[in-house]
Write a protein that binds this ligand. Structure first.
Ligand SMILES: [Zn+2]
Ligand SMILES: [Zn+2]
Length: 180
């Protein structure tokens, strides 16, 4: 269920007026390599909608759950998140008459007096996604030799001898015990 658009025609042109609006819904395809907001897990929050000269100021917090994958050991886990949002949705008229706004990629524009929060939530949550999540600060990661998860003791440990010399070492006779 996508997040509903919010009709704000009652607030437009009435600077100083405001109301609250609760949003709840899913965002599709919001993911990086290691962080995913599942398509079927809704996120939402309570938004304050304030009428300003340029349009509508939207502020509040968006909460949901995301799935993180450890950058070292690739273990997945689910964690709640909450991000603060504060953005102005400008009227189409304002966006067209203000050349600075027209050039600004971060400006959100009202379409038919409606706020569509989808892109704003994507942008805001996307920025907050951890770049390299760790399952724990001292995660030992995966063994480069056997691929075992070293946190779980899956790696038996290996001789530090370079594998290229291992075969050679086998051919050498054991060193004689020192005899006093
Ligand atoms: Zn880990
Ligand atoms: Zn290993």
């Amino acid at each position: 269920m996508a997040i509903d658009r919010i009709d704000v025609h009652d607030l437009l042109g009435q600077p100083g007026t405001w109301r609250r609006h609760d949003v709840l819904g899913t965002i599709e395809g919001l993911a990086t390599e290691l962080v995913t907001v599942p398509d079927d897990v809704p996120l939402g929050g309570s938004m304050l909608l304030e009428s300003v000269i340029e349009g509508i100021l939207v502020s509040g917090s968006i909460a949901g759950r995301w799935t993180l994958r450890c950058a070292r050991c690739l273990t997945e886990w689910v964690e709640p998140f909450s991000v603060e949002v504060q953005e102005i949705f400008t009227t189409e008229e304002h966006a067209m008459t203000d050349p600075d706004d027209a050039l600004d990629q971060d400006v959100y524009v009202l379409v038919e007096d409606e706020i569509d929060l989808d892109q704003m939530i994507r942008d805001t949550v996307g920025v907050e996604m951890p770049f390299a999540p760790l399952c724990r600060p001292d995660c030992l990661g995966l063994c480069e030799i056997c691929g075992g998860n070293r946190n779980l003791g899956e790696c038996p440990g290996h001789d530090t001898i370079d594998p290229r010399f291992a075969a050679l070492a086998d051919l050498l006779p054991d060193l004689p015990e020192s005899n006093d």
